[in-house]
Design a protein around this ligand. Structure first.
Ligand SMILES: [Zn+2]
Ligand SMILES: [Zn+2]
Length: 220
């Protein structure tokens, strides 16, 4: 299978756009300990598994990190939970969406196995430990009420879910979306993060905070 390698010092990253909505799934691992995590078990679990194995040596997946609970970001979650038994992390404010996943599944015609309950509810300012590395949780609502980003400050990379994209931003017209709140979240990202921060989004190619500040028409 094809996937993209986006390694940072100490942090290995593999990604591919998966499923009907081309939703990026990120398999990441601490170089030193071999502890791994998956950011958004979006779809196509056999391909996610191939990405894990391709990391050679394959990391032990210790965390399933969800940026939010939209259907296109959770389709592979039941399989990956069964495969890894790693705890599912989500923000509590996305629980209504998570519980409505079967309805989203019917609405978009995407088959979905029953979702296992989340194991850990994250909140703003929490830290997530991946081997020797830590990520800070930033609550960035607007696309959904519980949208969170995972910020690896030392590696200068943020997993931004569907909040910020290269050249665009996440929709705010879906249930739970709110444009003024989204604007505050985007302001927060662009003011708190250094320009050279690599932004890895839920859809589309990688970008940086500086690139988006200069060129993203939604950030003016
Ligand atoms: Zn979304
Ligand atoms: Zn999405």
């Amino acid at each position: 299978m094809s996937f993209t390698t986006l390694d940072r010092p100490g942090l290995r990253i593999r990604t591919a756009p998966l499923g009907a909505f081309a939703t990026n799934c990120y398999v990441i691992a601490c170089d030193h300990t071999g502890h791994g995590a998956i950011v958004d078990c979006s779809a196509e679990p056999t391909r996610i598994r191939a990405m894990i194995d391709a990391l050679d040596p394959a990391p032990t997946i210790r965390l399933l990190l969800q940026t939010h609970a939209h259907i296109d970001h959770v389709v592979a979650l039941p399989d990956l939970k069964a495969l890894t038994d790693a705890p599912i992390h989500l923000h509590r404010d996305d629980m209504p969406l998570y519980e409505a996943a079967p309805m989203q599944s019917r609405m978009f015609g995407i088959p979905l196995a029953p979702l296992p309950p989340p194991d850990v509810f994250l909140k703003d300012g929490d830290t997530v430990t991946l081997g020797d590395l830590t990520a800070r949780v930033l609550l960035t609502p607007g696309h959904t009420p519980g949208s969170i980003c995972f910020y690896f400050q030392e590696q200068s990379v943020i997993f931004s879910g569907d909040v910020l994209f290269a050249g665009s931003i996440g929709r705010t017209d879906l249930p739970g979306g709110h444009f003024p709140t989204m604007r505050q979240s985007l302001d927060r990202l662009t003011s708190e993060l250094p320009d050279d921060t690599l932004v890895l989004s839920g859809h589309g190619p990688p970008t940086t905070i500086g690139q988006e500040k200069r060129t993203n028409p939604f950030l003016s």
